[in-house]
Write a new protein. Structure first.
Lengths: 279, 270, 480
């Protein structure tokens, strides 16, 4: 019908406008900071704000930020911790989630509930005792210590998600694979994970992002020898200069990996979520 | 090993709440339930509690409708939709500190662009101190929180929307219901479970707001942006009173657990 | 097909096996990684040289020199000149002690110290100690007398008395001071000349000056006075106003009751409100003290500011301003700027306390002391001398302008303290929060300070029960 097509077009237009508006709201602050990171400090703190004047590209901010040794160390540390944590969490989580999803044994429900509850705990409640435990084990202020802390912090939530994902895989396919002679472990690797790859991917990315963005544990466990990225940004504030220019550059650098991850993997992530990975 | 890392801290934390334990001397002295009684009389704790509740409710009441609206928009096919969907992920992915610095710069009183525009367009005479005004500060934080998580909720609502069987929608159209009618009678009921889950989840997450507070307002102005989790951190690490800090964080835990059980119970009954 | 119960059993075993396997692998990986890390901290002095010498007659062979010791020293960013090679290399040459200087922004130091001390790891041999935090972190430091170390008497006599508060608690020494600050009123000479004004010497004149400056320069964005009133940074300013009104931070009872609801304290807050309402940028409530207020002063958006002396140095060196500094024109006395002293102290976990003490003595030596303000430039923020004699040193005579250094010394002779007590941070936070409430008209000055007093009372009681009160007020106990 003609009228419905016109109505459809109108609806599309409205959606496009609103969608575009939404995009603006999301992107504008980000772009603003991006532009700010290329301005010298003086331009950032006078009115009118810099885009309303002639804009020149000023690369020194990044150079200053990157030449600050503790900052670059912090970046590397964060990368290392995030990667290893993701690896650990995904392996342990996959196995644990598989067991919880598929295997039947006594106490399954209890473990499931307790994982849920553990996730709910605010990190702070565990922080000081965790610190003491790590002190005894000598892991404090070390990269393995940070990895342990992040793993403990992230693992419960990831396991819970993975259980949901694995439960979404039809059991018949898995049984078929087993009849073909594969062990349970093989079934996990060859059948379940490929079938739930988008959800799996999503959780992996989620895990990396959580570790990268994490502030509280990084601040407390990484004390002296080990510096993590998020607390390191605080160090660009000194009593004589809150230089927004270097702060902006540092912020951009610190959000670069996660934003890139989000953009590159957006297809998998959104597909994963839309497939009901998050119930 | 996981047990060591999780169970022991839990139990020890609980033990700490019954002690007055200072980070200074690291020697616990037993005070029984004294710490818990203290919270009832502690004006700052009550302020934190009230403000956390306000923050949570405001986020929920504005965030969920916004997220639903967003999801509806993105459900339609329009050019650039994929790009818009990508944008959904960016606020959530960005580190909280970056978000905080970003907004504190944009909303800055002296040279922030928002104030500049407001004044140039004649909407306000003097700059608004978004984070310095006791009445505005908490709301500004809510704004930042909304910016960060509404897109994420929108994705979840989007998936819920796409799970609505299309026959139902089609039959409603055939019956001549207009868009608004369709929404209220058909879409909403399907969305209700998701709304409930998101509401509870939102409550849970709001309890743990910390990064933006410590980066921008640090609890100020006055005590207006003190929230429970932040208060626990401040008591423990700034005022070196680990016993009381553990108490506060346990109360937060207890509330979180209630929320968590709600989600579990709700899922069970579906 | 196995039967169901066997299946269950197998499953459980499988689960445990896999779970344990993962845990074991993870642990092994972590252990391996950890083991591969280079040994942390400074190398312990070895005596391998002695043990690997061939067994020649030891009576003739001289003892081998000990391997060089490296100590960890923790500096704040605003004192980073002391952490520079220019200062540390001569020290290493003279004593053979290498210094690994760790520098952190002041804003992160408190948390860092709290975490480090709570965790008990070895981190520093010579550690930053600030007057107020000395009392807070007292249990983590060791007193010098317990280490058999003594403060050189010539230094003790030469110290500006106020600086003693930094490394001591109730008369016991834990380290040595290395930095000192007072607040001054800085004025922009050009703007004053244009308005035909003189630097005010009393509070009434100060208000008149503000009024005149406002009339002359009152266009948008230019204000008579700038100060950082953000919560978290305004306490030193409060001290200035309080002491200027003749008030005191605490009563002289045993508990050292906080008198933030005294007449003088309320008057101080009312003065702050007067300035904020009429003569300051409203955004100042979000300004970090010194940072943004300094920028306003340097870019001539404000004609006057109240802060540490280096504002004048920076303004002169980098912004080509001519400044004239003055004592704070308090209502009752010329005194009342908020002061601070910083020190280095020796934590209990230090590995090389004696070497750390050598570094502290070196930092307090006359040449280094004089060098501090001279070193202030765009790379080094630096601080002010702790020795009375340094202020007479000819090298400082023309710093900024003749007489500037004498002015700093004079301000130091007036009453200016903060809280040097264990509950400092808590009291600080509460008072600042209430002052902001007053500035933003949520409460009246009187109401706000009375509320603060109510909140602080239980804290002081707790503190007294634990530490016994009686904290030192240098103005009561020391000559100036």
């Amino acid at each position: 019908m003609v009228s419905s097509r016109a109505a459809r077009k109108r609806k599309q237009l409205l959606a496009a406008i609103l969608g575009f508006g939404f995009m603006l709201i999301v992107l504008l602050p980000f772009l603003w900071m991006l532009l700010a990171s290329f301005q010298p400090e003086a331009d950032l703190i006078t009115l009118p704000p810099f885009p309303f004047r002639s804009t020149t590209l000023y690369l020194d901010n990044y150079q200053i930020a990157l030449s600050y040794k503790p900052f670059t160390n912090a970046i590397l540390t964060s990368i290392a911790v995030a990667l290893v944590t993701t690896g650990l969490v995904m392996s342990a989580g996959a196995l644990g989630a598989y067991a919880l999803a598929r295997l039947r044994f006594r106490g399954r429900e209890t473990i499931f509930k307790s994982i849920m509850v553990i996730y709910m705990l605010p990190g702070l409640a565990m922080l000081i005792p965790l610190v003491i435990v790590m002190k005894i084990l000598g892991l404090l202020d070390s990269i393995p210590g940070l990895i342990m802390a992040h793993t403990v912090y992230i693992l419960p939530l990831m396991t819970w998600f993975l259980v949901g994902i694995f439960e979404g895989v039809p059991i018949e396919i898995e049984e078929a694979a087993q009849i073909d002679g594969r062990s349970k472990m093989g079934a996990l690797r060859r059948v379940i994970i490929p079938l739930s790859i988008s959800g799996f991917f999503l959780i992996t990315v989620f895990c990396f992002v959580l570790s990268w963005n994490e502030l509280m544990f990084a601040k407390v466990v990484g004390i002296f020898r080990v510096k993590m990225l998020q607390p390191a940004i605080f160090e660009f504030l000194s009593p004589t200069s809150v230089t927004y220019s270097t702060l902006a550059a540092a912020s951009m650098i610190s959000s670069l990996p996660v934003v890139l991850l989000a953009i590159i993997l957006q297809r998998y992530i959104i597909a994963g979520i839309l497939k009901g990975a998050v119930k | 090993m996981i047990a060591v890392f999780i169970v022991f801290p839990l139990v020890y934390s609980l033990y700490l709440t019954f002690n007055s334990f200072s980070l200074r001397d690291l020697v616990p002295t037993f005070v029984g339930l004294g710490n818990y009684f203290k919270t009832a009389q502690d004006k700052l704790f009550i302020a934190a509690l009230t403000q956390t509740t306000y923050f949570t409710l405001l986020t929920m009441l504005t965030g969920i409708p916004l997220a639903i609206g967003l999801a509806l928009v993105l459900n339609e096919d329009f050019p650039g939709r994929t790009l818009a969907r990508v944008c959904l992920l960016i606020p959530w992915a960005m580190p909280p500190i970056t978000v905080a610095i970003m907004f504190s710069y944009i909303l800055n009183t002296s040279f922030g662009v928002v104030n500049f525009l407001l004044r140039s367009l004649g909407l306000t005479a003097t700059s608004i101190t978004f984070f310095g005004d006791p009445n505005l500060a908490l709301n500004s934080l809510v704004l930042i929180n909304l910016w960060k998580i509404t897109p994420l909720y929108a994705i979840i609502f989007l998936s819920a929307l796409q799970n609505i069987p299309s026959e139902v929608v089609e039959s409603a159209k055939v019956y001549g219901a207009n868009a608004v009618r369709r929404f209220t009678t058909v879409t909403l009921p399907y969305l209700r479970p998701t709304v409930v889950v998101i509401a509870i989840l939102s409550g849970l997450l709001s309890l743990q707001v910390f990064d933006i507070i410590i980066s921008i307002t640090n609890g100020g102005p006055g005590f207006k942006t003190y929230m429970l989790y932040f208060y626990a951190y401040k008591v423990t690490f700034d005022w070196l009173d680990a016993g009381y800090g553990a108490t506060v964080s346990y109360i937060v835990t207890a509330i979180s657990v209630i929320f968590a059980l709600l989600i579990l119970r709700y899922r069970r009954t579906r | 097909m196995k039967n169901l119960s066997e299946q269950k059993g197998t499953d459980r075993r499988r689960f445990l096996k896999y779970g344990a396997g993962v845990v074991v692998v993870a642990a092994a990986a972590a252990a391996g990684y950890y083991a591969l890390q280079p040994a942390p901290g400074p190398p312990t002095p070895t005596t391998t040289a002695a043990t690997t010498l061939p067994p020649t007659p030891t009576t003739t062979a001289p003892p081998p020199p000990p391997a060089p010791v490296t100590i960890n020293a923790y500096y704040p960013a605003h004192n980073n000149w002391l952490a520079s090679d220019a200062v540390l290399n001569p020290f290493t040459q003279k004593t053979g002690i290498k210094v690994n200087a760790i520098v952190d922004s002041f804003f992160v130091i408190h948390d860092k110290l709290a975490s480090t001390f709570a965790s008990g790891v070895y981190a520093y041999d010579a550690c930053y100690a600030w007057g107020a935090w000395m009392s807070e972190f007292l249990e983590f430091f060791q007193p010098l007398d317990a280490l058999g170390l003594e403060v050189p008497s010539d230094l003790k006599d030469d110290l500006i008395p106020w600086t003693r508060i930094a490394p001591t608690f109730k008369g016991r020494w834990y380290g040595l001071p290395n930095a000192f600050w007072v607040m001054l009123l800085h004025t922009n000479k050009k703007m004053f000349d244009e308005a035909g004004l003189e630097v005010p010497t009393s509070w009434d004149k100060f208000l008149e000056t503000c009024e005149a400056l406002k009339k002359k320069f009152g266009r948008d964005g230019v204000y008579p006075f700038a100060a950082g009133f953000q919560q978290g940074y305004l306490f030193p300013h409060y001290c200035a106003f309080l002491h200027g009104n003749g008030g005191s931070l605490w009563a002289n009872d045993a508990k050292r009751t906080v008198t933030c609801d005294s007449k003088e304290a309320i008057a101080a807050v009312e003065d702050m409100i007067t300035l904020y309402d009429n003569y300051m940028d409203p955004g100042a409530i979000e300004w970090i003290a010194g940072v943004q207020s300094g920028k306003a002063f340097y870019t001539e958006k404000a004609a006057m500011t109240l802060y540490y002396p280096w504002h004048s140095i920076v303004a002169t060196k980098y912004y080509n301003l001519t400044t004239v500094a003055a004592l704070w024109p308090g209502k009752k006395t010329r005194s009342g700027s908020g002061s601070a002293a910083e020190a280095m102290a020796i934590p209990k976990t230090a590995k090389y306390p004696k070497e750390a003490f050598e570094l502290m003595k070196y930092n307090a030596s006359a040449d280094i002391d004089v060098g501090k303000p001279l070193a202030a430039d765009d790379k080094y923020e630096s601080t002010w001398p702790i020795r009375k004699s340094s202020y007479d040193d000819p090298r400082l005579a023309n710093l900024v302008y003749p007489g500037f250094v004498k002015l700093v010394r004079e301000q130091a002779s007036y009453r200016c303290t903060r809280y040097e007590r264990p509950a400092y941070q808590k009291i600080n936070d509460i008072i600042e929060a209430e002052i902001v409430n007053a500035l933003k008209k949520v409460k009246t000055a009187e109401g706000a300070m009375k509320d603060a007093a109510d909140l602080i009372k239980p804290i002081v009681d707790d503190e007294y029960a634990k530490y016994g009160g009686g904290y030192e007020d240098p103005w009561d106990t020391m000559p100036h």
